[in-house]
Ligand binder design. Structure first.
Ligand SMILES: Nc1ncnc2c1ncn2[C@@H]1O[C@H](COP(=O)(O)OP(=O)(O)OP(=O)(O)O)[C@@H](O)[C@H]1O
Ligand SMILES: [Mg+2]
Length: 162
């Protein structure tokens, strides 16, 4: 099992406070992300964006959440056998997780390199496969974590503070 962690400057302590308190979410959303179904993929991110807009989340924060969740959702559809997107909205932050059912990421450090992609022809024809999704998730998150088992499941989660 391999793990990748990232914290934006100054956020590590806030994240560890949040994780150690394990507070109950104010709102939770869950969406299935089916494999290679690009009509459905993106729906979860778009519903999440609508919800946060209704809750009055600042537009720049909203943009970062929308970008990160869309990239992660497309990755599950494009590169995995399908999975689920779970969002937990708290007072001061949002925690979004993507859990898929494989086949895992062989080398996470390599997957994080801008331009690296294993996207197949179908995915490339649809305009994906620039190898920029994971770096973009990192750029827009306050904290990010990937846990993956080669041949098994991948979990990608990120936190963005309001
Ligand atoms: N959930 C996943 N399961 C398995 N492999 C993944 C998963 N997410 C990402 N990857 C691997 O990491 C690589 C890089 O992902 P990234 O999102 O940066 O680029 P991409 O999806 O290939 O292209 P783009 O996001 O620019 O359309 C992917 O090509 C794939 O090999
Ligand atoms: Mg991608």
């Amino acid at each position: 099992m391999a793990e990748y962690r990232f914290f934006a400057d100054g956020f590590e302590e806030r994240v560890s406070d949040y994780l150690s308190n394990k507070p109950e979410a104010d709102v939770e959303l869950e969406f299935a992300v089916p494999e290679k179904d690009f009509n459905t993929a993106g729906k979860g991110s778009s519903e999440l964006k609508n919800l946060l807009k209704r809750l009055g989340v600042d537009s720049e924060i909203l943009r970062r959440i929308a970008v990160a969740s869309y990239e992660a959702e497309i990755n599950v559809a494009a590169h995995s056998q399908g999975g689920v997107m779970k969002s937990a909205v708290h007072d001061e932050l949002i925690h979004v997780s993507f859990i898929d059912s494989g086949p895992g990421i062989g080398d996470i450090e390599q997957a994080m390199v801008p331009g690296f992609s294993t996207a197949d022809d179908l995915v490339r024809e649809l305009g994906f496969g620039a190898g920029l999704g994971l770096p973009n998730i990192k750029k827009n998150s306050d904290a990010m974590r990937i846990v993956s088992q080669e041949g098994g499941s991948t979990t990608l989660e990120f936190l963005i503070f309001f």
